[in-house]
Write a new protein. Structure first.
Length: 239
């Protein structure tokens, strides 16, 4: 028995240790993901601020590249936010998200190319490929904007239809409430009790339908209880 208890205790101990390791791993991974998201967001904010400064403060190919990257990133980010928020209430946007993910692959590829060209020392080569880069950027941003505005138009149309239906229901209910000529339900379901009529003098007094039996004034004496241990009374005791 002691050996069995020891084995059970060891199994429980290892189970608790395994559960603790699993929980600790999940917590660490969650914290790491949170830190990664924070770092990525901070890096993205710094990079966007830098691109804005370059697009306004620099001229020539460097300013043009910064403007293209900024336009591309803003359009893709806005469309991603609109689609992923809209799919939570409209499942039909799932196909649009699939198309956007394919478009995002081209957007990331173009953004990486624009970023590499920012460090390119040959300005003439950048100037030569700049028209093609503008065309690709415009094509991707137009497709992204089309998806975003289509999703927003769909959401606005659903909201307008729901509002119209709700307004019609409210109009019907308001008309019913203002219909004073319609009898109230409470008045129909309640009627005042009628006053009892006084009996005529010639009428005989009414007899009650049922009268409870009256108890007797005196009851017969109950016989004395007989117990098995009592002796039988002798005959001479009766005289």
């Amino acid at each position: 028995m002691e050996a069995a208890f020891i084995i059970v205790a060891l199994v429980l101990l290892f189970a608790f240790l395994g559960l603790g390791v699993y929980v600790t791993t999940k917590v660490v991974k969650g914290v790491a993901r949170g830190v990664d998201r924070t770092i990525t967001q901070a890096r993205r904010t710094v990079e966007d601020t830098t691109l804005k400064a370059r697009s306004f403060g620099q001229v020539g190919v460097q300013g043009a590249l910064a403007t293209l990257r900024l336009d591309l990133r803003n359009s893709m980010r806005a469309t991603q936010q609109a689609l992923y928020q809209g799919v939570q209430v409209d499942a039909s946007l799932q196909e649009s998200i699939g198309l956007f993910e394919r478009l995002s692959a081209h957007g990331h590829e173009l953004d990486d190319e624009l970023k590499r060209l920012e460090a390119e020392p040959d300005r003439q080569r950048i100037t030569a490929v700049l028209p093609d880069l503008r065309e690709r950027t415009a094509q991707i941003t137009q497709a992204s904007d089309s998806l975003r505005w289509a999703a927003r138009d769909r959401a606005r149309r659903f909201a307008e239809d729901d509002l119209s239906h709700l307004s019609a229901q409210i109009d019907v209910e308001s008309s019913a409430l203002r219909d004073w000529s319609r009898p109230q339900t409470d008045d129909l379901s309640w009627s005042a009790p009628t006053a009892p009529t006084a009996p005529s003098p010639s009428a005989a007094p009414a007899q009650p339908e049922w009268t409870a039996p009256q108890p007797a004034a005196l009851s017969e004496p109950a016989p004395a209880p007989q117990y098995p241990w009592q002796k039988t009374r002798r005959p001479e005791a009766t005289t």
